[in-house]
Design a protein around this ligand. Structure first.
Ligand code: NIG
Ligand code: FE
Length: 418
């Protein structure tokens, strides 16, 4: 039996608890359920009680001496951050492309010339499972250091069965050996593999008949994602892939309208995707359709910044009733970062989310985007004790003092990891 942990006197305990079940929209995104002089009692990795310090002191008066006490006076306490969109398992690195883009090359130019996703695919195909474990572990450690306790991870740097499975198996092993929770997504349609150039439909057939069944059979993924973009997969091809995945129980996600408006948001609503990603160029109709279908907009403001593009219309999406989540998009090309705190800052600065909305987008709504809202994303009795103690005194200050890692301590399932 481990000692109970008693966190007390938090200046703000942002619980994110609410009676609303499912993704928060509109005003719901501003309701953080803040308790002043807040307190948590943790036992066996689970949150046992949430309230004011006075309430918990009374309730546990007989057992206070057993507990390890964490004095959070003058500090903010929040749920562990959730990153619902990463490409964290990959081989190699692409700093040369960063320079090329600064000199004027575009992301798509580089990719069409065999670089970009294709370069990482070559390096990932060459890497052994152990090498990928080693590189990914370093990135996951960095996520934890930035207060992130759950990440989604996508395959997609294989684009052949062998390497897609290798990436997914790496995630499975990491789920067993790393403290962070990692939620797997199959993204075999991340680009058109060079050996199928000009024969995209054949690759779609191959993916549907030869890859999806194996991924499902081995239970290696929960979600199925596709890069629906001009020059990559058309909305029709994307729909075929996502509908086929549904037959195998894989929930659809879509990289939609990132570079050009292409009907991706509309398609997300049509196929009942849990989330649509990027959406920099989403159409007015697409945004409306997502609000109606309840598809979560997973917005990636660090990617927009890194590609020197205008950010997605996060403010407008919230005002139109779309549930917004945010994510790093951690990948070696368009967003090599593991900093969710930076992403929260950018959500405020470049998409005009309020500090409260940005925190909801990085916790509860992010958990909803990967179907983990029953376990993580808020501080409620019965949930995993995934908790961040910040150096700042309030969530407002956390979003205001930007570009800095304000993490003081992190607990994952009740174990102190930072
Ligand atoms: O989400 N847009 C496609 N995929 C990734 C980038 C992957 C890469 O450049 O390696 C993204 O931005
Ligand atoms: Fe992505």
């Amino acid at each position: 039996m481990t000692k109970p942990i008693w966190i007390k006197h938090a200046a703000q305990l942002a619980t994110l608890a609410s009676d609303v079940k499912g993704p928060r929209t509109k005003e719901g995104m501003s309701d953080l359920g803040v308790i002043e002089d807040g307190s948590l009692w943790i036992e066996d990795g689970i949150i046992q009680a949430v309230g004011t310090t006075e309430e918990l002191e009374k309730r546990y008066s007989e057992r206070l001496h057993e507990a390890e006490i964490v004095n959070a006076m003058n500090h903010l306490v929040t749920p562990g951050l959730v990153d619902p969109h990463t490409h964290v398992v990959y081989g190699g690195s692409r700093e040369r492309e960063f320079e090329m883009r600064l000199q004027g090359a575009t992301y798509m130019d580089i990719m069409n010339a065999g670089g970009g996703i294709h370069a990482t695919t070559r390096m990932t195909r060459e890497a052994t499972e152990d090498e990928l474990i080693e590189q990914t572990t370093r990135r996951l450690d960095s996520f934890l250091a930035h207060g992130v306790t759950t990440v989604e991870g996508k395959s997609g740097y294989g684009m052949n069965l062998e390497t897609e499975l290798k990436q997914l198996r790496v995630m499975k092993r990491l789920q067993e050996q790393h403290m962070i929770d990692i939620v797997p997504t199959f993204m075999g349609a991340h680009a058109v593999p060079p050996e199928y150039k000009g024969r995209e439909d054949e690759f779609v057939d191959y993916l549907i008949h030869n890859m999806l069944p194996v991924v499902a059979e081995e239970k290696l993924a929960e979600f199925n994602d596709v890069f629906c973009e001009k020059g990559v997969y058309t909305p029709e091809q994307s729909e075929r892939i996502l509908e086929a995945g549904k037959q195998f129980g894989l929930i659809p996600k879509i990289h939609a309208d990132e570079i050009e408006p292409y009907g991706g948001a509309e398609l997300a609503a049509k196929v009942g995707a849990i989330s649509a990603e990027h959406l920099l160029k989403a159409s007015e109709e697409g945004i409306k359709a997502m609000a109606k279908s309840g598809t979560i907009a997973c917005l990636l403001p660090a990617t927009a910044l890194y590609l020197r593009e205008e950010a997605a219309l996060g403010r407008k999406m919230i005002d139109e009733g779309v549930a917004v989540a945010i994510s790093t998009d951690c990948n070696p090309g368009s967003s090599p970062t593991t900093s969710m705190p930076l992403v929260m800052n950018l959500a405020c600065i470049s998409m005009r989310l309020t500090p409260a909305e940005a925190l909801t987008a990085a916790t509860y709504n992010a958990a909803c985007a990967i179907n983990r809202q029953e376990q993580v994303g808020s501080l409620e009795v019965g949930k995993q004790a995934d908790i961040v103690l910040w150096k700042t005194k309030s969530y407002q200050e956390l979003q205001y003092l930007f570009g800095v890692n304000h993490v003081k301590s992190v607990w994952k399932k009740g174990v102190k990891v930072v």
